[in-house]
Each structure stands twice: as structure tokens, then as C-alpha cells.
Design a protein around this ligand. Structure first.
Ligand code: PBG
Length: 324
């Protein structure tokens, strides 16, 4: 008889043969920054998550630093939206000012500040690109995304992460960054981004739900796996340095396929709806939150993710320190 239980006999033995580990420095924590003052405005569908005004950011950033997390992903909620999403590429925009603030503070300067590049939080219609007669315009959107990325880099962002899913955006952004002297700024591309119901709570938090229709003409069909590889292949050809697969839990095969096919670091985005489900069940006492979160996160690593973008990052960092 094979005695598999020999290697499960004690915590030390289990630790010795453990194949995957969670590390705080591989977690990326998303933060919502909002116009206004003295705001830590809770997101109802994401318990524990707030929209912060810049003056209140330090309390959150202190928790990031204390947790040993090294990367944050910024999303902006502007005061005004318009048809062309000008808040995204305004050098005085909310994300640009948040980046400058973080980089001006000695105790946060070491953080890797990643800026999400998209128009949906900044457009009055809530779509990720320009709209004309109800149609999302691809090529006309590219210069605006490129301008946004350059503006973030100029403010001091360490990395840009285009999440819009327009064709050709990685090349447009790479060329613009290079032209402006930002040859060293990496692009983390949301390549395998699916048209998912799991983004619901995020759209509450970022006020970015599309005003009409849906995102199915630019985000991927959840039924397609092979197409995700084509998206990744194209983004790498255009100059992506890192790849995001999103959402995470219902798409673990995608993460696995990408990591087996391409030699590039892959981030799994454990999105807002995944977070909300765990929080809701935990609040009801139906699951053990710590166990479930750690199981989900290590599962994503087992699937092949190098990094995990997750709203659980602060808790997870604490639980990693506490151990089994
Ligand atoms: C912006 C963007 C979205 C998310 C990240 N960037 C929303 C969307 O595409 O509708 C979702 C993140 C989450 O649900 O946590 N395009």
C-alpha cells in the first residue's frame, strides 16, 4: 500500500513537503482614491474597503507597509466625468495627484505604484473607450489611453496596467511611454480579461458601470479559453512585460494555460465579486474567512500565478505572518 499519510503526520512534515507558499511581497493591493477631503467612504458591497481622499491615504498606506506588501494598484474616482474621459489624462487628475503624494512621502516611496489605465471611471457613459452613436471606438481611444499612461508615468507611477481591452493599446502605450523617455516603465496588461459578472462591486466602488449596454464587445466571452492565449500572445508582441488574468477563481485553467505557454510573470486578479462572496458568507458565519481566503490564494499560486491582486491583501499578509 502507498502510505501517503506518512508525509502529513505533523505541521513540520507538512511544511517540509509543501509545494506552494504565499508571500506578502507577491500580493498587490488595489486602492480607490477619490476627490474630496477627510474621506474613508466604505464601499457597501465590499466590507472592509473604503474610497479614500488623498489626505486620508496614509492610514491605509501605513497598513500596507506594516503588512509587508510592496505593491498597490490605484483606481481613481474623479469629481467630474465627461464624454471623453478627460479626468484620466489630466495631469492634475485624482490618480496623478495620489501618485505624487505617495512618492513625496519617505515612508511610502519604496512601494511599487501601479496605475490602472482605463477610461471607464472617467467617462459619463461609463465605457472603457470613446463612444459614437452607441458604438465603442477602438482606434480613436488609443491615443487617450497612451496619454493617460504617460501622464501617470510623469506623476511617478512605477508601472501602468491597461484594463480597457481595446485592440492595439499595449503598442500605443509602449510607443508613447518610450517617446516620452519612460523606457523603463513596465506594462502590466490585463490580457485575459473576461466580460464578467464578478466586477459588480467594483463598479459600485469606482462608479464605472456602463450607462448603456455592456462590455461584451471588448471584454472576452467567459466560454473561451484558447482566445485568452491569443490575447496574451498579441499583448506580448506589442510589448507587455507582465500579464493579468481576470477574474481568478472561475478562470484557473486560463492562469495555468498562460503560465505553461508563455515565459512571463502572470498576475491573477481576485476581483471584487469574489471578495464580496467570501465576505458575505463569512459575515453570516457560514465559512471560516481566514481558511477560505488562504485556500483561494494558495490555489491561485498552484494554478501558476506569480502575483495575486486581491482586496484581501491586508488580512492575508497578517495571516501569512501568523502561519498555520
Ligand atoms: C476598469 C476595471 C474594472 C476592474 C478593474 N479595472 C471594471 C470593469 O472592467 O468593468 C474590475 C476589478 C474588480 O472587479 O475588482 N476597466
Amino acid at each position: 500500500m502507498e502510505r501517503m499519510r506518512r508525509l502529513r503526520v505533523s505541521p513540520a512534515m507538512r511544511s517540509l513537503v509543501r509545494e506552494n507558499h504565499l508571500r506578502a511581497d507577491e500580493l498587490i493591493y488595489p486602492i480607490f482614491v477619490m476627490e474630496g477631503q477627510n474621506l474613508c467612504s466604505p464601499v457597501e458591497s465590499m466590507p472592509g474597503i473604503c474610497q479614500y481622499s488623498i489626505d486620508r491615504l496614509p492610514e491605509e498606506l501605513d497598513r500596507v507597509v506594516e503588512g509587508g506588501i510592496l505593491s498597490v494598484l490605484l483606481f481613481g474616482i474623479p469629481a467630474h466625468k465627461d464624454e471623453v474621459g478627460s479626468g484620466a489624462y489630466d495631469d492634475q487628475g485624482i490618480v496623478q495627484r495620489a501618485i505624487r503624494f505617495i512618492k513625496s512621502q519617505e515612508r511610502y516611496r519604496h512601494l511599487i505604484v501601479i496605475a490602472d489605465v482605463c477610461l471607464c471611471e472617467y467617462t459619463s457613459h461609463g465605457h472603457c473607450g470613446l463612444v459614437k452613436d452607441g458604438v465603442i471606438l477602438n482606434d480613436e481611444t488609443l491615443p487617450l489611453l497612451a496619454r493617460t499612461a504617460v501622464s501617470y508615468a510623469g506623476a511617478g507611477a512605477d508601472m501602468v496596467a491597461p484594463s480597457d481591452m481595446m485592440d492595439g493599446r499595449v503598442r500605443a502605450i509602449r510607443e508613447a511611454l518610450d517617446e516620452h523617455g519612460f523606457v523603463q516603465i513596465p506594462i502590466m496588461a490585463y490580457s485575459a480579461k473576461f466580460a464578467s459578472g464578478f466586477y459588480g462591486p467594483f463598479r459600485d466602488a469606482a462608479h464605472s458601470a456602463p450607462g448603456f449596454g455592456d462590455r461584451k464587445t471588448y471584454q472576452m466571452d467567459p466560454a473561451n479559453g484558447r482566445e485568452a492565449l491569443r490575447e496574451v500572445e498579441e499583448d506580448l508582441r506589442e510589448g507587455a512585460d507582465l500579464i493579468i488574468a481576470k477574474p481568478a477563481m472561475a478562470y484557473m485553467d486560463i492562469i495555468r494555460n498562460i503560465t505553461e505557454t508563455f515565459h512571463v510573470p502572470v498576475a491573477a486578479y481576485n476581483v471584487s465579486g469574489e471578495y464580496a462572496m467570501v465576505k458575505a458568507a463569512a459575515a453570516n458565519g457560514w465559512i471560516d474567512e481566514k481558511k477560505i481566503v488562504m485556500e483561494i490564494l494558495v490555489g491561485l499560486k498552484r494554478a501558476g500565478a506569480k502575483m495575486i491582486i486581491t482586496y484581501h491583501a491586508l488580512d492575508a499578509a497578517k495571516w501569512i505572518r501568523e502561519g498555520e
